[in-house]
Design a protein around this ligand. Structure first.
Ligand code: AP5
Ligand code: MG
Length: 224
């Protein structure tokens, strides 16, 4: 495969960030998590962060125009010319169409949409115990994937925090928004022959090896 232009899809807490960390190690792709980009913007008090904060705190999506500019800038930067891994984008049909258009102008396209599936009750269990490092957003779970030292990131030594939007009532809202606004993308990518499904209830290692096997098959198909 000449390019790996990958999109991670799935409900909150399915393990998109967890798998992204592994895929970045496996393939060295530039990784763009719109959630992490927006949380950084909020933390740094930028204009983007000020506009995004109220939506994020409410568990709602930020307006498409705010986030599509962020992605367009990354695609224009040159860093993603040989491939990329997107996590949390696209999340609406409008965002998917924008991405298709922006890539199409460069004679490129998404090569696979990787859907990680997990039922709502599993999502709730996972998000209540999630901890994320303040420096680079590395993801842990107090029970399922604990750090070696409590409250400290194994990878960069920074402090681990609970995300503001992991409060139970906000998680319920995020799930509802996912089902309503993002789930239609499963059909959208399915119709284009790009959808690949993964059982997110397996261990992180199992999910990673399934994704790698699928990407290896896609690369072989591309060579034939
Ligand atoms: P975002 O940051 O993208 O959040 P999300 O989609 O709700 O997904 P999460 O990050 O919560 O879950 P994840 O799938 O990455 O799971 P993780 O690997 O951490 O978006 C946040 C907000 O930003 C949105 O609500 C919206 O406001 C805004 N936003 C972002 N992008 C936007 C866009 N494009 N348009 C508009 N608005 C946008 O795993 C979860 C936990 O489970 C962890 O503790 C982990 O250790 C554990 N875990 C993971 N895998 C496993 C496993 N296999 N078994 C057991 N435990 C596991
Ligand atoms: Mg995430």
């Amino acid at each position: 495969m000449t390019e790996r232009n990958l999109v991670l899809l799935g409900p909150p807490g399915a393990g998109k960030g967890t798998q992204a960390e592994r895929l970045v190690d496996d393939f060295g792709l530039p990784y763009y998590s719109t959630g992490n980009i927006l949380r950084d913007a909020v933390e740094n008090g930028t204009e983007l962060g000020r506009k995004a904060k109220e939506f994020m705190d409410a568990g709602e999506l930020v307006p498409d125009d705010l986030i599509t500019n962020v992605i367009a800038e990354r695609l224009d930067s040159g860093d993603a010319d040989d491939g990329f891994l997107l996590d949390g984008f696209p999340r609406t049909i409008g965002q998917a169409e924008m991405l298709e258009g922006a890539l199409g102008e460069r004679n490129r396209k998404v090569t696979a949409a990787l859907l990680i599936e997990a039922p709502d009750e599993e999502v709730v269990r996972r998000l209540s115990g999630r901890r994320q490092c303040v420096k680079n957003g590395h993801v842990y779970h107090v029970e399922f994937d604990p750090p070696k030292n409590e409250g400290v990131c194994d990878q960069d030594g920074s402090r681990l925090e609970q995300r503001d939007d992991d409060k139970p009532e906000t998680v319920q809202k995020r799930l509802a928004v996912y089902h309503e606004q993002t789930e239609p993308l499963i059909l959208w990518y399915g119709e284009r022959g790009l959808l690949r499904r993964f059982d997110g209830t397996r261990t992180p290692e199992e999910v990673n090896s399934h994704i790698r096997a699928t990407l290896a098959t896609l690369a072989l198909e591309d060579e034939i």
